[in-house]
Write a protein that binds this ligand. Sequence first.
Ligand SMILES: [Zn+2]
Length: 260
Amino acid sequence: MLTDSHLHLQRAQDPIGYICAAVAEGITRFALQCVSLNDANELLFLKKELGEQICVFIGCHPQLAWDFDICRFEELLRSPFITGIGECGLDKRPQILAQSSWESQCTVLQLQLAAAYDLDMPVSLHCVKAHNDMLNTLRIFCPRSGARAQLRFCLHGVSCSDELFRQYYDLGAYFGVGPAILRSDGVLLARLKKFYPFIKHRLLLESDADSRAPDPKIYSRLLNALARALYIPAGELSAQFAANWKEFVPDDLPLISSAF
Ligand SMILES: [Zn+2]
């Protein structure tokens, strides 16, 4: 039961064809991520079509924080067909800040994390050039001790430095391993190799590649590249990724219903 933890199926030309091709590659579950809340209807429709293979995350990417509709968000949270919150996050690139101010990004992220914390839902996080702000925000929801639950979150498209890796790890982060590991001249693969003994229980597989259409061939390329770097069989790595998803989303039970 291998899961794609971060997929924008709404970007595929033929979403159902994509799922069929990905199943042939050994992926059996797909965590569909919103970019904006306007994607939610399409993702819920795909869940209705494809059933238990699909889990839907609702959220708002920082680029679209300016367009976040709190009423719509709260309405969607009441759906029994929502598994998690995503993607959401912070992004300090100038072209993103030109669309969504820093203040709006922070406000919208906090609203989404608070909902995830209160409802005990997993979160898929996007972060570019804003890691210290992100870590400070996460610390509100990830107390190190005490009786309160921790926020469950996955830093998707992981590509940060050793020191940031450690800080996220200390907050209980999961890390989304995606196409960036194939594009980093081996830097990311070397980092994952170094940390693998410590973080192997925190790695999730993902297909997300910025704004490009997803490619179902990516899964075997990712697994083979990482397995080669780690000197372990790709099957062993797949089993680890599958077990990690069950830890990240323990209540991701098959839900069979036609009532949407
Ligand atoms: Zn994404």
